[in-house]
Design a binder for this molecule. Sequence first.
Ligand SMILES: *Cc1c(COP(=O)(O)O)cnc(C)c1O
Length: 391
Amino acid sequence: MRFQSSKMNQIPPYMFAEFARKKARMIADGIDVIDLGIGDPDLPTPQHIVDKLIEESGNPKNLKYPSFLGHPEFRKAVSDFYQRQFNVDLDPDTEILALIGSKEGIAHIVPTIIDPGDYVLLPDPGYPPYRMAAYLAQGQVHGMPLLKENQFQPLFTEIPEDVKHAATLMFLNFPGNPTAAAVDLGFFKEAVAFASSHQIVIAHDAAYNMVTFQGYKAPSIMQAEGAKEVAVEFGSLSKTYSMTGFRIGYAVGNKEVIKALSVYKSNTDTGQFTPIQLAAAHALNSDQNCIKAQNEIYWERMRFMLEGLKAIDIHAEAPLGSFFIWAPTPERYTSSEFADAVLEQTGVIVTPGNAFGPSGEGYFRISLSLPNDVLYEAVNRIKNNIKISAK
Ligand SMILES: *Cc1c(COP(=O)(O)O)cnc(C)c1O
């Protein structure tokens, strides 16, 4: 008797599972483990959003099946946001689709676009669901290395000819997880030109487009001329408003892709709970100072953590976006060796870079989604206990 398909067997063992086991063992041994691997904001969802959710939940008509494309008020709010933030026009009826968190759309766009055997181009290192969705849809995967010498941006010219011709979908993600790299509009123009000339659909994951620092304003790929012909962009309320548990996001852009994705979705799910969509619309339509306040908190943590790392001779760049620090491991340590050493010597979990793809080797990721006092404690433990030179 078979309990899973052969493609399920292809899914590589989940890297984070081994870490979770180690963490559980240490906690059982009485060690106070600090997990800097968690990418889930500790900051509370702004109260006006929670209040709206409660209010809308009391309305019986909001408790019925939601519409397939998403609530019109939510789609209008996304359209207004794109107009305000990026000066981009989007038709709420044909160019915007509500998602049950952007991860849902990221997983579903792959079988929507590709046939088995097609190549999916994805960032290496990158958010693991891109790769997993490609495996599940029986696609082939080509990782585009994100290297420091290229500002952690992919070089389209390095993609082999045969891969380019067999590719039908490309994921991009800026500001990026795990590298925290950011791009300007010029990069998106280049990506759109490349995708147009090779007839590849671009799926840009913009989960961190509003989590930015140092005066940086993240562009939308939709601002690039011709983007609507080849690209969709995934947006999420999760990181912008600390709404991870709400599960609400959206896809915008190319009409054909939005339509195909909505057909796929209408056969697999029935949309997010209406009060959540209305609370999300309210978040987008209300005063945006909560984002500014949140980013100031992340930036303060960022600076503190970067200083702490410097004290042990680890020099990471101050990011323009995301709540991650992507730092080089000290020489003579692989990513896994370093993550193990930090965990064993300090009880602090950092994520080894190779968990995000082979080009992540030589790096580790720290997430700043923990309260200040916990971060301070983690920095002090690392500063006082990690002996880089004495391996
Ligand atoms: C957190 C995250 C997401 C998404 O989240 P949802 O909660 O599903 O909207 C998407 N992409 C990246 C790179 C992320 O880090």
